[in-house]
Design a protein around this ligand. Structure first.
Ligand SMILES: Nc1ncnc2c1ncn2[C@@H]1O[C@H](COP(=O)(O)OP(=O)(O)OP(=O)(O)O)[C@@H](O)[C@H]1O
Ligand SMILES: [Mg+2]
Length: 347
């Protein structure tokens, strides 16, 4: 599969120079509108040997292929699931739980650099609240070295028991028109007694617990679990669920969403504000609008009611392997995640 000629735009990562490899310096070198994806909550970020996840001007995202065998394995997985001549009903069903895949993409001037071109699952949201949850009892695949296994286990020894790990989140705060973010270290700090509360933070907008969003997300996770209960051909290791819901209490035309549970909007939290601040766990601040919001036309943003305003998609397939048994480890994680979400709702 080659780069899609229609969407390729001039894109150059000019040689990094003078050891100045921070996020901003890399960004400045991305020409013709490809920029670091500002709605990324976990995973590899822009760095010296890595451009992380980028946003293409057409609204899709570009995930740089990781070094072999991980990158080619992920590419093979997407290619297999989205093959035009695919007749495997399990794989066809799986498509609805994944971001859409638009093939591979390469910068015109570096045709050997490969990226996966994917649907941006957050794109239709005005104020996306996003969480990346790694699923399964083991983060290492069956071919991992002893060192790799030990490294993964030491990162979160509770993975085996809990079956999932919060890798990162950002949550819109309605009163301040800002985002709270939590990184992977927050997730690793959560134990059996605190995981439910840790998870519930994702659904607090500073005023209310977003029960509607929790219910919708539960339904979508149940559908993914049903898919796993009927398939025995693939095992997923170190793969994630990306959860997204709408943080804005408004639709584009300024109306409140149907069935919204929010109290009247405080004037200071207009969703059009570009000066609002993001506070992360390290205490740094940034704009709530998101640095790349400007390149997505408002007509592309969410224009639907609250009942449609969530996404749950499986992402990160660098460690997916063929199998002939059910993926008990992933299902264990999904069931525990569902149980925790259901408990939050009951409180
Ligand atoms: N299709 C998507 N739509 C929106 N955001 C996405 C999408 N895919 C990835 N992201 C964002 O990018 C982050 C990292 O993605 P991903 O987990 O695929 O990469 P990674 O962990 O760096 O990769 P790998 O483990 O293969 O090295 C996710 O946490 C999420 O915030
Ligand atoms: Mg990841």
């Amino acid at each position: 599969m080659s780069a899609d000629g229609q969407i390729v735009s001039k894109f150059t990562l000019v040689q990094l120079e003078n050891g100045n490899h921070n996020h901003e310096s890399v960004k400045q070198r991305l020409l013709d509108g490809c920029v670091p994806f500002s709605h990324q909550v976990a995973g590899h970020k822009c760095g010296i040997n890595n451009t992380g996840v980028l946003k293409h001007p057409d609204g899709t995202i570009l995930k740089q292929l990781q070094p072999p065998p991980r990158g080619p394995r992920e590419m093979h997985f997407y290619t297999q699931v989205y093959a035009k001549d695919c007749t495997d009903t399990r794989l066809l069903e799986l498509q609805q739980h994944l971001p859409k895949f638009y093939g591979t993409w390469s910068p015109r001037e570096s045709p050997h650099e490969l990226y996966l071109k994917l649907e941006d699952v957050t794109r239709r949201f005005l104020r996306p609240c996003i969480m990346d949850v790694k699923i399964g009892r083991r983060s290492y695949d069956p071919f991992a070295s002893k060192e790799k296994r030990e490294e993964q286990i030491s990162k979160y020894p509770l993975m085996e028991e809990i079956g999932f790990l919060l890798l990162g989140m950002r949550v819109y705060q309605i009163n301040s028109d800002s985002y709270i973010t939590h990184d992977q270290f927050y997730g690793r700090s959560l134990g059996k007694d605190t995981i439910k509360n840790g998870l519930s933070r994702f659904f607090h907008n500073g005023q209310d617990l977003r029960r509607g969003a929790i219910s919708l997300i539960i339904s979508k996770i149940r559908r993914i679990l049903r898919w796993f209960e009927t398939q025995t051909q693939l095992h997923f290791y170190a793969s994630s669920l990306l959860l997204v819901y709408e943080g804005s209490p408004h639709t584009l035309d300024g109306q409140k969403h149907k069935q919204t549970q929010h109290r009247p909007q405080n004037n200071s939290s207009s969703h059009q504000s570009r000066s609002a601040l993001t506070q992360n766990t390290n205490g740094t601040l940034g704009g709530a609008g998101g640095e790349d919001d400007g390149d997505v036309g408002v007509e592309d943003k969410m224009q639907f009611g609250q009942e449609e305003a969530v996404e749950v998609r499986m992402i990160d397939f660098a460690h997916v392997f063929p199998s002939d048994t059910a993926d008990q480890s992933y299902m264990y994680g999904l069931r525990n995640l569902l149980a925790a979400l259901e408990l939050i709702l009951k409180e």
